[in-house]
Design a protein around this ligand. Structure first.
Ligand SMILES: CC(C)(COP(=O)(O)OP(=O)(O)OC[C@H]1O[C@@H](n2cnc3c(N)ncnc32)[C@H](O)[C@@H]1OP(=O)(O)O)[C@@H](O)C(=O)NCCC(=O)NCCS
Length: 128
């Protein structure tokens, strides 16, 4: 898997989300109209694992998280890419990292319309 990805003029690397300032994560979710507050991000980072796509000066262009339940199951969430770089492959790149980290686990998620095609293409199937 590629450890970095170039989206437009931005060279992004994957960083452990626990090492990222929650205010930058908050700015990302706010940019797509999600209601998460910094303290919600604090809680999510304590509850799960994840990564953020970061450029050379520390800006956050995307996130993806997973929440392990036991040894063989996890839920996936907080899959978000910055509107300025959407439809460039960043969402798929983040999900490839999630699938790699979650190998051996069954996965479930709730999808928005925007992400539905991406998840179907990765092998997820509709349940409801
Ligand atoms: C959903 C989201 C994460 C996708 O991120 P992205 O960076 O645009 O994803 P990618 O560029 O890797 O595209 C993945 C697939 O989505 C589809 N897609 C992306 N942008 C699209 C667009 N503007 N129109 C139609 N399809 C689109 C394509 O099928 C693409 O597949 P391809 O690789 O075969 O072309 C992003 O749109 C987003 O953050 N949306 C708001 C938050 C959200 O809904 N998150 C999902 C939570 S479940």
């Amino acid at each position: 898997m590629r450890q970095s990805v170039r989206l437009k003029s931005f060279e992004l690397v994957a960083r452990d989300i626990a090492d990222v300032d929650v205010h930058l994560l908050h700015a990302l979710t706010a940019s797509v109209g999600w209601p998460h507050r910094p303290k919600d991000w604090d809680f999510l980072i304590r509850a799960g694992k994840g990564l953020a796509a970061i450029d050379g000066i520390g800006r956050v262009f995307g996130t993806a998280m997973w929440f392990p339940h036991g040894e063989d199951f996890a839920t996936v969430g907080l899959v978000v890419t910055s509107p300025r770089t959407q439809a460039q492959g960043g969402g798929r790149w983040l999900m490839d990292h999630v699938l790699e980290h979650c190998r051996g686990r069954d996965l479930a998620l709730n999808s928005t319309r925007a992400a539905h095609g991406l998840y179907l293409s990765l092998g997820f199937v509709d349940e409801a």
